[in-house]
Structure formats: C-alpha cells, structure tokens
Write a protein that binds this ligand. Sequence first.
Ligand code: G3P
Ligand code: CA
Length: 305
Amino acid sequence: MYVRPAAAAAAAFLGFTLTLLGGTASSAATGNGPGSAPSPADRAALGGPVVYAHRGASAYAPENTLDAIDMAMRLGFEWVENDVQRTKDGELVVIHDDTLSRTTDVEEVFPDRAPWRVKDFTAAEIARLDAGSWFDEQFAGAGVPTLREYMERVGRNQQRLLLEIKKPELYPGIEQQTLNLLGELGWLDERHVTRRLVVQSFSAASVRIVHGLRPDLVTAFLGTPTVADLPKYAEFTDRINPWHTTISAEWVAAVHGLLGAHGRTMEVDTWIVDDAATARKVADMGVDGIITNAPDVVRAAVNGF
Ligand code: G3P
Ligand code: CA
C-alpha cells in the first residue's frame, strides 16, 4: 500500500519552496544537475512519483492538442508528454500515429490520399484538419499543433515537457531539427535543460544522437532492456521508461543501481498507468515517475506531484 500522508504535506511545502526559488518539484530539479534523480531523502520528503500528463491530459481532451496541455495545466500538472513527427514539407508537428486517420477528419477532407501518412501531407494541409471532434464535439476545431505552436503554449502555461521523437526512422535528421527549433525558442538554455525538458524515444539510436548533439540534455529510452543490457544504455541516457506491465521492483532497483550519462542515479518513468491500483503498484516498485492519460487519478492514488 502506497500511503505517505506526512510526505504529501512535505511535498506541498517543498514544491512551494522550489517554486519560490525558480525551481520545480520535479525529478529533474530535485537532484543536482542534468539526469539526476532525487536522493532517497528527497523522494521520501516529496511523496509519490512525478506525474506526467501523457499526450496532455488525454483522458479529458484530445491527445496531443493544445487543449490537452491546457487541460493538464488546469488540473495542476506541470509535466506533459507529446509525440513529434514531420510533415512532407519539413514542419515538425505533434501527433502520435504516423497516419492522420485515427485522430483527425483527414479521410473526409482528403478522401483520395490513403493511407494518410503524416509524412505525405504538407503542414498547410494538416492545418486544415480537425483533431478534436473524434474525441468529443466540444473540441471541434482543435488542430494538430506544429511543434512551434506547442512549445509556445507549453511555455505560456509554464509547463515542462517530456518530448518523444516518434518513429525517427521515418524522418532522417529529426533529432537535429528538433533541437534546432528548441534552441531557437529558448528551450536549450541552462534553466530549461536542467528543469523543464526531457527527450525520449523508443529508438536507442535516436536517443544516442540527441545525447551526442546535446550532451547536457536529459534523455530517456523507452523500453525494458534486460538487466544485463542496462549498463549499455547508461552510457548515453539518464532514464529507462518502460511499459508498466513489463517491470518488477527488482528491475527498477537494477536501473537505480546504475549511474546514467550524467553520472547520476538512473531513473524510471513508467507508462501508461490510468488507474489507482496500478499506480500504487508501480509506485511501490519504486518508480520515479508515472506517465498517465489521467494524471488526477494517479496523483490522488500515490501522492504524486
Ligand atoms: O511516454 C511514454 C509513451 O508515450 C510511450 O508510448 O505509444 O503512447 O508514445 P506511446
Ligand atoms: Ca509518446
């Protein structure tokens, strides 16, 4: 059972204190630098794991839209997660699937363009699509954001971003392009790199590229390497972010037993946990963060923040 009532009060106080200091009640800030995990004392004081709003608060608003990150903000969540891909004419956009069909009205607007791949449409064409109605009519007119639009909104909301480079094998050079845009928008200064941004991918090669281009950035590999393989990942990343069904307390401890690319204890942020029982289960395993479509449910279950 994951109950830390005293820790919740401490978390509220410490979060407030960190805010005053210009920091954050997050794992990236409670350690001593890039890639650092909270010390055990910090973790005990802060209570539960960090909660990340997956594709925004996507249980309550259409995933990967500006509405979804606004919803996360209204619910009180700083950390949001997204997925970045690229259009035919080279614009970075925020969308999960590599086709537009599930989350937009593309098949109505462009009926002759099957299989409706993101990379086969220009940014102007994608801008014509409705990415909200499929979820709920109240979100009709929500668009597929460009990464530029998305970052501006995250900044305006004073949120923090777990940015996923999605299917990088489809988009050669997307790592450099993404970093170029983040740099242009001021997201690669010391404050953002140490407190507000983590870059992750299912592609180890892509995470390696990001680490090579910007060694100061905190990165995460999405997956569940064997314990024997973990040291290889520790050479170029700070976190291992696994699907929750694939982990055990022993595996989490094995990750925590390693120093990552920045010489700090490696962390584990697990996904996608949307119910209280599973949230408590993975918190008891010792994960550092929980990535969820329903961040309010997880926060209530584990004293997360
Ligand atoms: O952040 C973890 C999670 O997003 C990985 O899965 O498919 O939702 O991108 P997916
Ligand atoms: Ca994702």
